[in-house]
Design a protein around this ligand. Structure first.
Ligand code: TXA
Ligand code: MG
Length: 326
């Protein structure tokens, strides 16, 4: 059920009184709080089980508000904001005074974006201020792309859930470091490298090995419960059958291949041809395979162009080494 006007008003009141609201965006669902209320921001970290040093994104209703939240806006950042907002692009800029250090994990920079979702925009307009919102999942796990995912994962830790239907994009926003007048991709996402290049007139920088300073950069992130193993596309079927014989409950993300390919596995998700449809479905597929009781997921990386870059990034992290406790 999509949120009504009175739901939006109620959600804005919850934000005003220091509560947490799950809100739909075009990328994934976010867990929102009043960005200017350090206590409310602190509740986000506790609800997610996220270390307090990991910075959040401040969501705004319109690009015109950018200057209220950041200290200085280089021409490149202005160009990207004008071109891609509302949309799945997050800009990292110098922190403005309105943004408490609790929201930036102590950094002097802040991540901001204007989401492209009618329910999120209606909430941001009704509320009037900035809403800090990480993805509405427990730290390290798969981001939610439906309101049901949020309820299943966070339950009572969230005061109000706004339902805006399934997310259109399905993977998180592209994060661009726009401090210092250049544009460097910190996390690939819904706006592609090619889209950025077309607007910038030059390729954006892609930092090679960035140190782990933000959660999206952890080796294991966006991970389902089942272990994820990546193999070459043409080996998916054979590896799945082998693992099945070894006693695993195998889930397969099966790349589009000649008609009639069958795979002996516990659960098979036939992947769509279009990268946009794959991105939209990705987190739902991983959740479904977990729900079906798989202990091992076999997948392969798509071509790393367009949205394929973000999909490959999430799959690599899903397959990354897990902390011992997980
Ligand atoms: O699509 C999205 O970006 C979603 C929706 C809800 O907007 N949000 C999201 O938030 O993915 P989260 O917290 O799961 O990821 C935000 C990432 C952090 O992991 C961190 O890597 C980066 O943003 N980030 C935030 N502030 C930063 C900063 N000042 N410098 C560098 N990276 C920052
Ligand atoms: Mg996240």
């Amino acid at each position: 059920m999509t949120a009504t006007t009175s739901d939006i008003e109620k959600a804005a009141d919850v934000l005003r009184s220091g509560g947490l609201v799950a809100l739909p965006t075009e990328t994934v669902y976010g867990l929102g709080a009043n960005a200017e209320d350090p206590a409310a921001v602190g509740r986000i970290f506790r609800a997610k089980g996220r270390p307090p040093t990991h910075p959040l994104i401040v969501h705004l209703a319109a690009a015109e508000q950018l200057d209220d939240w950041v200290e200085d806006v280089p021409a490149t950042a202005r160009l990207l904001a004008e071109h891609f907002w509302p949309g799945p692009l997050t800009l990292v800029l110098r922190r403005g005074r309105r943004v408490p250090l609790e929201a930036t994990g102590g950094l002097e920079t802040v991540a901001v974006r204007v989401p492209d979702h009618p329910v999120a925009l209606a909430l941001l307009e009704a509320f009037g201020g900035g809403v800090t919102a990480p993805s509405a999942n427990r730290f390290g796990s798969v981001s939610p792309t439906t309101a049901d995912h949020v309820r299943a994962e966070l339950g009572d830790a969230v005061d109000f859930v706004l339902d805006g239907g399934p997310c259109e994009v399905g993977v998180e926003s592209t994060i661009v470091d726009a401090t210092g007048g250049t544009a460097a991709i910190l996390r690939p996402g819904g706006v592609t490298r090619e889209d950025l290049e077309a607007v910038l007139g030059r390729p954006p920088a892609v930092p090679s090995a960035s140190p782990v300073r933000v959660p999206g950069q952890h080796p294991s992130h966006y991970a389902p419960r089942a272990r994820v193993v990546l193999v070459e596309p043409e080996k998916v079927a054979a590896e799945a059958e082998l693992a099945q014989e070894l006693g695993h409950r195998v889930g397969v993300l099966l790349p589009p291949s000649p008609a009639g390919t069958t795979v002996g596995a516990h659960a098979v998700v036939p992947l769509p041809d279009s990268p946009a449809a794959y991105a939209r479905g990705l987190y739902g597929y991983l959740r479904r395979l977990d729900e079906q009781g798989c202990d091992l997921i076999i997948a392969s990386l798509p071509a790393e162009e367009g949205l394929g870059l973000a999909i490959a990034n999430r799959l690599r992290r899903a397959a990354g080494p897990r902390p011992a406790a997980q």
